[in-house]
Write a protein that binds this ligand. Structure first.
Ligand code: 11C
Length: 343
């Protein structure tokens, strides 16, 4: 078993990490860290547990450690990070310099030229950027990132359609409140409301999508040249981001060809990868967050509403934002790191 830890284990994504790493077939969860204020407490006392299953017994009484390299046992090989982005750069660098491999969900450095931004079913070859990263920064460890949850929801579907030559993408999101962490979930302000702007989200979707779909060459990623425009909205659902996507292509695929491309999208042979990667609904009222966010144990991508438009194709896509879109994405990247021999 590969010994792993979680940096930032008490937050909304940290709790999902715990849920997904309990009884994982390859990873043994050894270490939990949190802010200075929680260090020394039991996990049960430190975390305000909100995940939809009880705190695993073997985690509840573990002592939460400081988020510093000298608090981590030497035999831990892989750290999953859900640190707040304002502290993550500095703290993650400390761990990577100390030789740890960090699979991070935090949004800092996703666009750095030598940081792999990876969805294993889409661009596993981008992990090779680790060589450039080690050469540039003199690190023994490695830092890899998964994208933002709204980006992860859309990009596997776009990758399946790449065969038709994607030229332009417009997307409008309907994002769940759990994407905003505890304060989002506990806020009642959003009931009977929708918020037509989520700070920074649109830029992330636009840039991260083009990096994920880009080609790796000469030690860096050449971004895909499709134009991507995003409009990101918060709605009062708890979990599951739903997105309306409009795509223009070089070719002129019909709805049958698009549905077949989604159904044929290749998954990857890793323990928590969903099979199929994409589930296609014919009912135009699906997918819906409450009904469909757990497709593929929360790791699948659900699409529906495929229709022709005057300029191309439109469809709806849904994924679970804190599983597929956050903790599950980092765990899957960890499985890829193990499979490809980076640990
Ligand atoms: C939201 N997508 O729903 C955001 C949360 O870049 O990882 C995740 C932010 C990120 O508000």
């Amino acid at each position: 078993m590969i010994q792993v830890g979680i940096l930032g284990a008490t937050g909304a994504v940290g709790q999902r990490f715990i849920q997904l790493l309990t009884d994982h077939p390859e990873f043994e969860l050894r270490v939990l860290t949190a802010s200075e204020a929680s260090a020394g407490e039991s996990y049960r006392a430190a975390a305000k547990w909100r995940v939809d299953s009880p705190i695993p017994e073997r985690v509840a009484d573990q002592t939460v450690r400081r988020t510093e390299p000298d608090a981590i046992p030497d035999d831990v090989d892989l750290l999953f990070s859900s640190l707040p982005s304002d502290v993550a750069s500095e703290v993650e660098h400390d761990f990577v310099e100390a030789g740890y491999v960090v699979s991070s969900n935090s949004s800092n450095e996703r666009r750095a030229t030598d940081v792999p931004l990876v969805i294993p079913e889409v661009n596993p070859e981008h992990l090779d950027l680790i060589e450039a990263q080690r050469a540039n920064r003199g690190w023994d460890g490695a830092l890899i990132k998964n994208p933002n949850c709204s980006t992860i929801t859309m990009v596997p579907a776009l990758a399946a359609l790449e065969q038709f030559g994607i030229e332009r993408v417009h997307v409008a999101t309907l994002q769940a409140v759990s994407g905003a962490g505890y304060s989002g979930v506990s806020s009642m302000d959003i009931i009977d409301n929708a918020i037509p702007h989520i700070g920074g989200e649109e830029e992330k979707m636009e840039a991260e999508s083009r990096k994920l779909l880009g080609e790796l060459g000469d030690g860096e990623v050449q971004y895909h040249d499709a134009a991507v425009t995003a409009s990101c909205n918060r709605i009062p659902t708890i979990d599951g981001h739903l997105e309306n996507v409009f795509v223009e292509f070089a070719e002129d695929p019909d709805t049958e060809a698009v549905a077949a491309a989604f159904e044929d999208a290749e998954t990857i042979d890793l323990p928590t990868a969903p099979d199929p990667l994409i589930t296609v609904f014919e009912d135009p009222e699906r997918p819906q967050p409450r009904l469909d966010r757990m497709v593929g144990d929360g790791m699948g991508i659900a699409v529906g509403g495929i229709q022709e438009t005057e300029t191309g194709i439109k469809f709806n896509v849904l994924a679970h934002n804190t599983i597929r879109g956050a903790a599950g994405a980092s765990v899957l990247n960890g499985e890829l790191l193990a499979e490809d021999g980076w640990l």
